[in-house]
Design a protein around this ligand. Structure first.
Ligand code: DGJ
Length: 726
């Protein structure tokens, strides 16, 4: 639909309905629509959310059931509420009435609607914001709660959004796990009552669960059909999704910052802006949800989301803390010869009084360790640059070890409760970012590293613990519960400042693996580290889960050593490469420990990746066989012009007989003709079960109707196929 036509519909319109005039507010994208109605009592109610109707006027012809667009506690609402505010006079209720709404076209693709609500008695306002991304069919919703009174008000609940659904059944998929086992998908049917998906960790909030959900209406979520909503909260702090099915089988979904232990005093004249829930409604299953999020994220969700990415070699698993200048120079030399584009120096390069030779010292002291690196970081940068490699460096700026000069100087900067034992995780403490001086220190630490060492092209920003003992030595006693929100808001502000000053430096968001993966922080990062676990079989599941909301261009995936340091599993180099090549390729391996044959294979694989990189990183993802349901996993990326595609196949479970599962391709142009070839073959034994198809040309129509049938049999076997219009 043309945007002009759309805007006409988006405008608030007034309809004669008997004597009373009813107002409606519509938030629409190219294919979806969210319609609100202002009821007789001036309450804003959600009337409809779903596929765009040809004639939205029909929604107004009968009295369809509605539900509060932003429910409040204390009047006639008997379920969990979006807003619970307590006034100084003791009134625990809020009654929001509709004031006005306005819609503005921010760009060709972005239409913003703001709906203003106000308490019927108190000067407490709620503005609901909706950014409707037209092409991507993504809606970004948040709210701003403003206290216009002369007295403070206490907020106990402050959701970003309050969406309602009415279907015969509801199925929710969550993404959960723990360190080295992130992003497992679990689906369950909702019954009457409440299901909460949340994090109470404050920092590194996604260690156990990610701020994402899939909600399927009427049936379990399917890849290519069915009504599914995908939602994700753009917030690095504690979050909560609350799914409540009422006795009439209606579902309300409250999303936002976790209200748990986070009572917030809103002073007179002040506002609280909640983080945005990003969501999309698909009537064609979860595949479309993912493709929409990927397209949206490349454009709006990641820093340089459509930009270039370098194939890097990281020394973490290669050396851990045990390195010096000659060792690193050797790695840099090998990396350049193997075709890598960037060398990333990980943890262990800093600290002098308390050298960072293990994870128990040095965090906070961001000065180069002169014993390990006598010529400093500039020497390494130069060694890289003269070999045509970029240089990257690791930081963990929000943390401090008790064994550090920083802690000696500022014991008052850490998060801890008075009169309690100081609790460490990985021997470290969290800096209290609610304190502006600490914010300044964190920003300055990164700024100084980057200005003292010109030529740093890449920064890996790590974060290895969450909040326990949640006390702030900065906040007053009455505002201790603000720590959860203030700390997360402060880290976002620091990230924003860093990204603004260094737009050309590539930033990787890492948190002991995938502990910090949210679109609130990701817009300041080019890529993210989804897991410390490089075991390819495990990675298959982690990347599979991660792909639902996050695009391949951001998903750093490294080939690691075999046997794997975390799982102990031995796997072929090709299998490890193929999984890493299905995302943003890198390596965490010491080249001097590799055989010449493996080095040669790696060199070729890196070259192959360079050929397919733009299709994998910028293409549309089509999932074909799920590792949860099949012995074989298969998915493919198709370039925007549909001239090129790459199909990845991995054998997940080896059985006695070969796996001959038919792989029916998707996303191609039925009219085009494609030549299929296996790539990244194991050149040293030249084995391919794909030989019958090799080099043959098929129509897109054939490939999407008949598909490819070839056997896979061996443990840890993978086959990558290029499908190209030649
Ligand atoms: C955790 C990260 O996830 C690893 O990749 C590595 O950077 C270590 N921290 C370093 O301490």
């Amino acid at each position: 639909m043309r945007l002009k036509t759309l805007l006409l519909i988006v405008l608030v319109f007034v309809t004669a309905h008997g004597a009373a005039a009813l107002e409606y507010v519509m938030v629409a994208t190219q294919n979806t629509c969210l319609l609100f109605k202002v009821s007789g009592k001036k309450r804003l109610e959600q009337l409809y959310f779903g596929e765009k109707l040809k004639n939205a006027e029909e929604l107004k012809m009968v009295n369809l059931p509605t539900s509060a667009a932003y429910s409040t506690f204390g009047t006639d609402h008997t379920f969990e509420a979006a807003l619970r505010a307590v006034q100084l006079d003791g009134n625990t209720s809020t009654e929001l009435v509709y004031v006005s709404s306005r819609t503005e076209k921010k760009s060709d693709n972005l239409v913003q609607t703001i709906v203003s609500l106000k308490d019927a008695y108190y000067a407490l306002n709620v503005d609901m914001y909706f950014n409707a991304y037209q092409k991507e069919d993504v809606i970004e919703q948040w709210s701003v709660i403003t206290n216009n009174q002369t007295k403070n008000v206490t907020l106990h609940n402050f959701a970003s959004s309050d969406l309602s659904f009415s279907a015969s059944s509801y199925y929710v998929t969550q993404f959960c796990g723990t360190w080295a086992d992130e992003m497992n998908m679990k689906e369950q049917r909702l019954t009457e009552g409440i299901k909460i998906i949340d994090s109470k960790l404050g920092v590194r909030t996604n260690q156990f669960t990610h701020p994402c959900f899939l909600l399927s209406l009427g049936q379990e979520a399917r890849e290519n059909d069915g009504k599914v909503i995908g939602g994700t909260l753009a917030w690095p702090g504690s979050f909560q999704f609350c799914f409540e099915v009422d006795p009439y089988k209606n579902l309300r979904v409250l999303s936002g910052m976790n209200p748990y232990a986070s009572t917030y005093t809103l002073e007179k004249g002040k506002s609280l802006k909640t983080p945005a829930l990003l969501y999309t409604y698909s009537d064609a299953g979860t595949g479309l949800v993912s493709r929409r999020f990927h397209t949206w994220a490349r454009q709006y969700g990641l820093k340089n989301g459509n930009g270039e990415r370098s194939i890097l070699l990281n020394n973490w698993e290669a050396t851990y803390f045990d390195f010096d200048e000659p060792k690193l120079t050797q790695i840099i030399d090998d990396a350049a010869k193997m075709g890598f584009e960037l060398f990333l120096l990980d943890d262990g390069w800093f600290g002098n009084k308390y050298p960072r030779n293990d994870d128990d010292a040095g965090l906070g002291d961001w000065q180069t360790n002169t014993k390990k690196l006598p010529n400093g970081i500039p020497y390494l940068i130069n060694e890289c640059h003269k070999r045509g490699l970029k240089f990257g460096i690791w930081v963990e700026p929000e943390m401090v070890n008790p064994k550090s000069e920083l802690y000696e100087k500022h014991p008052d900067w850490i998060i801890t409760q008075p009169n309690r034992e100081m609790l460490t995780q990985r021997n470290q403490l969290l800096l209290d970012l609610s304190n502006p001086k600490v914010q300044e220190f964190v920003y300055n630490s990164i700024d100084k590293i980057l200005t003292d060492n010109p030529g740093i092209d890449y920064v890996k920003w790590d974060c290895n613990r969450y909040i326990t003992n949640s006390g702030s030595q900065y906040l007053p006693a009455a505002k201790q519960s603000h720590l959860w929100i203030d700390n997360a808001a402060a880290i976002l502000a620091v990230m924003e400042k860093v990204a603004a000053k260094y737009p050309k430096v590539c930033f990787m968001e890492c948190s002991g693996g995938g502990g910090r993966m949210d679109y609130g922080s990701m817009k300041y990062f080019d890529e993210f580290w989804i897991s410390d676990n490089g075991d390819p079989l495990q990675r298959l599941f982690t990347q599979w889960g991660g792909q639902y909301f996050f695009p391949a261009i951001g998903m750093a995936s490294h080939v690691s050593v075999s046997p794997n340091h975390i799982s102990g599993r031995s796997t072929p180099l090709k299998f490890r490469f193929d999984i890493a090549m299905a995302a943003k390729l890198g390596m965490d391996l010491q080249p001097v420990q590799m055989t010449e044959t493996d080095k040669e294979f790696s060199k070729n694989a890196i070259q192959t990746y360079k050929d397919i990189r733009s299709t994998v990183l910028l293409g549309d993802l089509y999932r074909i066989l799920s590792p949860y349901e099949h012995n074989r996993t298969a998915y493919m990326y198709v370039s925007a012009d549909k001239k090129d595609a790459v199909l990845f196949n991995f054998l997940v479970r080896k059985r006695i007989y070969p796996d001959n599962e038919n792989v029916v391709l998707k996303g191609l142009d039925p009219q085009k003709h494609y030549t299929v070839r296996e790539i990244n073959r194991e050149s040293y034994n030249n084995r391919s079960r794909f030989s019958e198809y090799e080099g043959k040309t098929f129509s897109g129509d054939y490939l999407m109707a008949v598909g490819l049938t070839f056997s896979m049999q061996n443990e840890y076997e993978s086959v990558v196929i290029r499908i190209r219009e030649e």
